[in-house]
Design a protein around this ligand. Sequence first.
Ligand code: ADP
Ligand code: GN1
Ligand code: MG
Length: 359
Amino acid sequence: MNTTTDNELHTIARQFTGAEIISIQNYGSGLINDTFLVICHSVKYPRFILQRINQEVFPKPEWVMKNIQTLIQHFQNPGQCRQQLTLPEIFSTHHGCLFLVDNQQQYWRALNFIGDSTTLENLSQNSDAEQVGSALGEFHCRVAGLAITKLHDTLPGFHITPQYLENYHQTKPANKENPDIKFCQQFIERFQNRVDVLEKAKQQGLLSDRVIHGDPKLNNLLFSKTNRKIISIIDLDTVKPGLVHYDIGDCLRSCCQTDNPGRFDLDICELILKHYLIQTKQFFTEHDYDYLYSAIELLPFELGLRFFTDYLQGNHYFKTSYPEQNLERACQQFQLVQSIQEQRPQIEKMITQFKHAKH
Ligand code: ADP
Ligand code: GN1
Ligand code: MG
């Protein structure tokens, strides 16, 4: 990605505000976009988020912004669902555009800063887990009325695990002497015949696409600093058609690996699922329940596979601070899958109880 000087950053930020800019700092710990916090002399919006959209990941940034606009408009409809979440607002440029293209052909956007909020890196109390389940459930409930045909596919192949596996197989194998590499290679070999479980269910008509978030990991949920309730879900670049199972699996894998990395926390999983289903049980089908375990196991496997492949390919996709980081991240995800597999009977029992409570 090209670099942007401080002066250029100020010039770009000025396209989104008439206020005098006080400072611009790097912000957050996202692995995809470049995020900055802009502080300015404004009563209404003293802080806003400025982001350079990663075009290596999102080939059509204009589609990303159009989708977010469609979603924000849809959220304005009052509906039957819980309404605790607000979405960030998009700041238009002075020319009324949803994004700015700079002279290096990089795409920039600005969003209002959701004030009084914080992200958590892990869940330390039961009420946090309940909040996560309710927030994801509310999101799915509120987008249930948005037709998938209204959204662009901003990231083709996202969460299609068989495609990630194919990409892995096309990548040059690495030196097997490194024990972490060996562990990843053997793990993938053992798991690989199960990667199509969700896609097959979709082809068989058992599961179907709905509008999903795509990336509902813990630090994409903003907690209020005042009452510790989740007030917003951010990082809306991957809102597009997909299986809700991708979201549930992804949310659980990020929330249930707590103090002991590699261990999947069953109690947190139960609280999240319970509160998720309170919001969604009116449209959750029998088949949706039947594929929950598969999703819980598959999504961390998929992420491990993505991290490992990126490591083998030279770390071009996920941001890294050192060369082995994606390898370490991959090992962590595969350890989490192992822990999930060890607890499979308990997880399936829990899902069956939720299913029977509905029917
Ligand atoms: P990435 O795709 O790189 O993960 P995100 O959109 O998640 O980028 O933004 C990175 C981080 O910036 C988030 O984890 C969050 O801490 C912060 N952030 C992003 N948008 C907002 C917002 N509108 N209000 C407050 N914080 C935000
Ligand atoms: C990326 O953008 P960020 O950092 O919230 C990735 C997710 C991964 C996550 C792992 C578009 O999310 O799929 O689960 O890293 N987003 C994209 O931390 O690939
Ligand atoms: Mg993010």
